[in-house]
Design a protein around this ligand. Structure first.
Ligand SMILES: Nc1nc2c(ncn2[C@@H]2O[C@H](COP(=O)(O)OP(=O)(O)O)[C@@H](O)[C@H]2O)c(=O)[nH]1
Ligand SMILES: [Mg+2]
Length: 279
């Protein structure tokens, strides 16, 4: 499978992120709750250094709650906190401020002791493509007082969104890149972060069944009304296709059609709330 699909100017973005880091109190790193590992950027630690970081496990409406909670526990240590959210409905986003307050406790206390009131927390949003950065920023912007214009000298050419929560967001998210290996590619493709046009969807669907029959056998059987699962993924895929009437003339399986159905139903959360990766 092709693995070099993310275009872009990585060096330039890295430089921009480093520059923006100097302007913010914290970083919000958005990941996909279904694929917490694969939706991370491998260089984020190095890029962010000791900057307080809030990892937002987004799309938590599609992931398995208990696993998401495990990830939150696993990821929250040192200058990092994790939390879950749904950036479409806004569920969970009210916890952003308390989490940031907690993360920035010492700094905020120092500022308070200096007599500063109404302290604004400034954050930069980063993440790989398709994790929901724009959705998150849009949702947060609905609680907006006003767009803050350029601030000459300090934040030239940068747009800040001032929210009622007392958080200012840089309105251009930092786009990072995932790791380029086979397992990561699969996770990203399953969840639709990589466009199907450049994937072999039949092979992808087979791989999906291979994963689901291990991670979610009961849910897979229930959804496709299978009486049992075979250890062979191809056999399971065939049975799913038959149940869904994906048969062409001469009694051959229409793999193209069942692949589209499977991927679509997975992405729409119809098979189950699914966490493809565990801590
Ligand atoms: N179910 C669900 N979908 C989401 C959520 N956040 C974003 N999306 C969807 O994920 C896709 C990518 O979102 P987008 O904000 O464009 O991601 P970006 O590339 O990181 O800016 C879009 O189809 C969004 O509607 C979420 O919390 N739950
Ligand atoms: Mg975007």
């Amino acid at each position: 499978m092709p693995i070099n699909w993310f275009p872009g100017h990585m060096v330039k973005t890295r430089r921009q992120i480093k520059e923006n880091l100097k302007l913010v109190d914290a970083v919000i790193e958005i990941r996909d709750a279904r694929i917490v590992k694969s939706s991370a950027n491998p260089e984020i630690e190095e890029l962010c250094g000791n900057k307080p970081r809030l990892i937002l496990l987004n799309k938590s409406d599609l992931s398995e709650g208990a696993i998401t909670k495990q990830w939150i526990k696993e990821l929250s240590k040192g200058s990092i906190r994790a939390m879950e959210a749904n950036s479409l409905t806004g569920a969970g986003l009210k916890n952003i401020k308390p989490e940031l307050n907690n993360l920035l406790k010492e700094k905020l206390e120092r500022q308070k002791n200096k007599g500063l009131v109404n302290i604004t927390i400034r954050v930069m949003v980063v993440g790989i493509p398709n994790v929901g950065k724009s959705s998150f920023i849009n949702k947060m912007a609905q609680n907006t007082i006003a767009k803050v214009g350029d601030r000459p000298g300090v934040t030239k050419n940068k747009q800040w969104i001032k929210t009622k929560m007392g958080i200012e967001l840089l309105d251009t998210p930092g786009i990072l890149w995932p790791k380029f290996d086979e397992e990561t590619a699969l996770s990203l493709a399953f969840t639709g972060a990589i466009k199907d046009e450049i994937m072999d969807t039949e092979e992808l669907a087979l791989k999906l069944v291979e994963h689901l029959q291990v991670l979610y056998p009961k849910e897979l059987m229930e959804r496709y009304k299978l009486d049992e699962l075979s250890p062979s993924a191809i056999e399971n895929l065939d049975n799913i296709a038959i149940k869904r009437g994906c048969i062409m003339s001469k009694n051959t399986i229409d793999y193209n059609r069942i692949a589209a159905i499977l991927l679509d139903e997975l992405r729409g959360g119809k098979i189950a709330k699914i966490s493809l990766e565990r801590p």
